[in-house]
Write a protein that binds this ligand. Structure first.
Ligand code: PAF
Length: 291
């Protein structure tokens, strides 16, 4: 595996591969790899000749009072893990390589950025994500880019950029990877002390309770959300948001008669955690008929 720091080096390596007719898969990351990241790398490895992983803690997607300074960083460990997954190129640029002096462009996506994490963290967050991901697509020019479904809103934002700007890349969202007790894998889980770690499973348990109500036939959004809210309240967690939204447009739904995203964000101990479940009318109908 090559560790590359500059845009020209990445361009040259990818051009060589393309000249040989190879497909290119990109996994954009901010490092601090866990099994969620590794599952994206594995998927990219299965499907592409050349696998590029970017490792860049993107400052523009962090707010002034967020955890940019504390965000876990261990490039040596990340490089070992990526190499073990058969990654070909780890692109780990300095901030000045991505945002050189005079950098003046921001990609802003409307609509899907205005709710959930966009409302909770601020519009800058998805502006930062959309801008850096667009840059990474321009640098690597991947055939396919892999993102985790845990950041479901991020996936929708990136899909919207690709659609609206006619970018020639396919976006693949990969399933959430969970620990044995249901906690979604996240680089921010390292902020949890033992008590908070035990408490953090409540996010997934609350979503499970709502999903069970849905699977049992409940379609009223408030009733489904109440099932989740009760579990959170019992654990003493007041969510930043707990919402049911259309899985494509992120419009609020009052009845779940099409695919809906059930999304939660909450502070647990020192960590701000997010999680989600997709409530799918198709799989629910299939489950109930046993097909
Ligand atoms: O999901 C992440 O790790 C980041 O938001 C991404 C997509 C790498 C952009 O910085």
């Amino acid at each position: 595996m090559k560790i590359l720091r500059t845009i020209p080096e990445v361009r040259a390596a990818v051009s060589d591969a393309r000249r040989d007719g190879q497909s290119v898969g990109l996994v954009p990351t901010m490092g601090a790899f866990h099994d969620g990241h590794l599952s994206l790398m594995r998927r990219a490895r299965e499907r592409n000749h050349l696998v590029v992983v970017s490792l860049f803690v993107n400052p523009t997607q962090f707010g002034a009072h967020e955890d940019l300074g504390a965000y876990p960083r261990d490039e040596a460990r990340d490089a070992e893990l990526a190499e073990a997954e058969g990654v070909d190129i780890l692109f780990a640029p300095a901030a000045s390589e991505i945002y050189p002096h005079g950098f003046a462009t921001t990609i802003h996506v409307a609509d899907v950025t205005e709710v959930l994490d966009g409302a909770s963290r601020g519009a800058f967050h998805f502006d930062g994500v959309a801008t850096v991901v667009t840059k990474l697509f321009g640098i690597v020019r991947p055939d396919v880019a892999y993102f985790g479904q845990k950041d479901a809103q991020q996936v929708l934002v990136v899909r919207r950029v690709v659609r609206d700007l006619d970018l020639d890349v396919r976006i693949e969202a990969c399933p959430i990877v969970r620990q044995a007790d249901g906690l979604a894998m996240s680089s921010r889980n390292v902020y949890l002390d033992a008590d908070a770690r035990a408490q953090a499973t409540v996010l997934n348990r609350s979503l499970d309770a709502a999903a069970s109500a849905f699977e049992a036939g409940e379609r009223d959004a408030d009733s489904i959300l109440s099932a989740a809210d009760r579990v959170l309240a019992d654990a003493g967690i007041a969510p930043e948001y707990l919402e049911l939204r259309d899985a494509e447009t992120l419009e609020l739904v009052t009845r779940v008669d099409r695919d809906a995203l059930l999304a939660v964000a909450a502070r647990v101990g020192a960590a701000r955690l997010i999680d989600n479940h997709l409530l799918s009318s198709i799989s629910s109908a299939t489950d109930r008929t046993g097909a």
